[in-house]
Structure formats: structure tokens, C-alpha cells
Design a protein around this ligand. Structure first.
Ligand code: PMP
Length: 313
């Protein structure tokens, strides 16, 4: 049984989860001037381990650079391990986040200071319990994904309002998730996942310059040699199999695209199983993607109260 989070990490220290030190003047609260990551830790045979931590923190750094936000990714890496241990989580979703704080609410972020935090949650897929087995219904959105010419496709907090609105439209119509197309009819991505499909028997990873460069997509391309290329909406509509991939969603089959029902095909099943082997450290060649978190180090949760991060990772 996974423990609910008792602690989070902020600016180098652990805090009790019920303690909220943020001010109403946090710049990130008003304007979405922050960057975050969604990472998973898995319970492997060698203990808890974080999957592709470096790739996630590199992407967070790129988002921070785009905003001109100072981040310390080494400290965030320590914060991830410290928070997992403090919460007693062997498997969890990790949420590192950095944002502009005060002083001031002007739009020039130059003078602002940054803050950074990590929360860990006993979370399964954001697409819902069992979505990985059951599959999801995807609805083509009437909205467009943020264009890269407006906001870079990185995990900038404010950019997620785009996906939240599209997701709302999809769920209001009884679907699980929204699919973004661009103005030329090319498939972009979903609100929290990239799209892969089987076209004429070949595995294809949808490529689009407005889509988030997903780490799960990258993992699956590395594992399978899937072809990465632009895909037209009509091609996707006729695909043999469709599935969406992401850190939280893992490999989730699409069983409905608008009016069309799809089966969960053999490639989807095979890749979902392969992905589980890799993230759980059962694929020897890919153990390097896992960062072990030694749960035997002092159990911060047992100490209680406000604790300094002693820099253990
Ligand atoms: N697209 C968007 C918009 C996302 O938020 C996510 C989740 N991070 C993904 C794709 C999948 O990315 P990843 O595999 O790195 O989690």
C-alpha cells in the first residue's frame, strides 16, 4: 500500500504536506511563469528507482532557460530522492516544479527570484485507474495546440491551460482525452501524451514541432526503432492500432477515435509489456535509465517536523 504524501521538498528543505509556505504574490500563480516535470519512480527488484531522471531534468532546464528562470537541477534531483524517501514511496509520480516568485507582479521577470519544489504522489495514470488495460476514447479537439511560435513546446506551467481547455471539451462530450490536430490536418499530440500508431503494419511515432518532446515516446523509439514522422489525420483515422504514451499514461491503448471503435492490437500489448519490463529494471540493457533511490538511508518520515535536505540522493 502506498503512503499518502506526508512531506514535500521546497528550496532545499522538507516540509510537512499540510504546511503551505507560498504567498499570494507568487508570480507563477498569477501568470503561469514556471516549469515542471512529471516523472515516475518504480519499485524494482533492486529497490525504488526513478526512470529517466536526467532526461526529465534536462527538459525542465530547457523550459527554465526559455523563461530565464534560475533552477538547480542537481538540487532538484536530490529533492526527488529525499521526498520519495520521506514519504516512504517505493513507486510514485514525482512532480518537480520551479517558478518565479516575487517581488512584484510586473511582466518583466528579470528582477524576480525563483523557487523550486518537489512533491511525490501515489498516483497511477491521470487517464484513470485501469486505462492502461481498458483503453481510452479520444476525441479530435476543436482547439489547436499552442503553436511553437507562441510558446515553446516544453513543460511551462501556463502553457497547460491550452491542454486543460481541450481536455474539458473532450470530457464534456463523454470522451477521455483530446487529440490536437494542426491547421493543416496533421496530428500533433494529446493533452498529456504523445501518439503512436500502426500504419500498414509499421510502427509510427507521430512527429510534430508543436508537440512536447516526450520522454516515453523517445524511449519507445529507442526500444523499437519506430519511424518518427508527420501523420495526417486521415491516416490516423485508418490506423490498425493507436496508442498514447507518456510518463503518467505509460502505454495506453486508444479504443475509440471519434466515431470509430478500435481493438487493442498485438503491437500495443507487446509494447506495453516491454515498457513495463524496462521501467521495472527487468531489461538488463536499459538499467542505465533507472536512478536507484536507496530507501535504507535515514527515514526522514520518522524524524517528523521540518527537515533540512542533507543532500543525499
Ligand atoms: N505531451 C504533453 C503535452 C505532456 O504533458 C506529456 C506528459 N509529460 C507528454 C506529451 C508525454 O511526455 P513524457 O513521455 O515525457 O511524459
Amino acid at each position: 500500500m502506498t503512503n499518502p504524501p506526508a512531506f514535500y521538498w521546497l528550496d532545499g528543505r522538507l516540509h510537512r504536506a499540510d504546511h503551505a509556505p507560498a504567498s499570494i504574490f507568487e508570480h507563477g500563480l498569477h501568470y503561469g511563469t514556471g516549469v515542471f516535470e512529471g516523472i515516475r519512480a518504480y519499485d524494482t527488484a533492486d529497490g525504488p528507482a526513478i526512470f529517466r531522471l536526467d532526461a526529465h531534468l534536462d527538459r525542465l532546464q530547457r523550459g527554465a532557460d526559455a523563461l530565464g528562470l534560475a533552477v538547480d537541477t542537481a538540487a532538484l534531483a536530490r529533492g526527488c530522492a529525499t521526498t520519495l524517501r520521506a514519504n516512504g514511496h517505493r513507486a510514485a509520480y514525482l512532480r518537480p516544479i520551479a517558478w518565479f516568485s516575487g517581488p512584484g507582479l510586473g511582466l518583466d521577470v528579470g528582477p524576480l527570484r525563483s523557487r523550486q519544489a518537489v512533491a511525490t504522489l501515489p498516483w497511477t495514470s491521470h487517464l484513470g485507474e485501469g486505462a492502461v488495460d481498458r483503453g481510452i476514447a479520444l476525441r479530435t479537439s476543436s482547439m489547436r495546440r499552442n503553436s511553437r511560435w507562441s510558446i515553446p513546446p516544453l513543460k511551462l506551467t501556463g502553457a497547460y491551460v491550452n491542454g486543460i481547455l481541450a481536455k474539458k471539451e473532450a470530457t464534456d462530450h463523454g470522451f477521455d482525452e483530446a487529440l490536437f490536430l494542426d491547421a493543416d490536418g496533421l496530428v500533433c499530440e494529446c493533452t498529456g501524451e504523445n501518439v503512436l500508431c500502426v500504419l500498414d503494419g509499421r510502427l509510427v511515432a507521430v512527429e510534430h514541432p508543436d508537440a512536447l518532446p516526450g520522454i516515453t515516446r523517445d524511449t519507445l523509439i529507442a526500444l523499437t526503432g519506430a519511424e518518427a514522422r508527420p501523420v495526417r489525420a486521415e491516416e490516423l483515422a485508418g490506423a490498425d492500432e493507436i496508442f498514447v504514451v507518456g510518463t503518467s499514461a505509460e502505454v495506453t491503448p486508444v479504443t475509440r477515435l471519434d466515431g470509430r471503435a478500435l481493438r487493442v492490437g498485438p503491437a500495443t500489448r507487446e509494447l506495453a509489456a516491454l515498457y513495463q519490463d524496462v521501467v521495472h529494471g527487468r531489461a538488463e540493457a536499459h538499467r542505465g535509465w533507472l536512478t536507484p533511490v536507496d530507501p535504507a538511508l535515514p527515514g526522514e518520515a520518522a524524524w517528523g517536523g521540518l527537515l533540512a535536505d542533507a543532500g543525499r540522493c
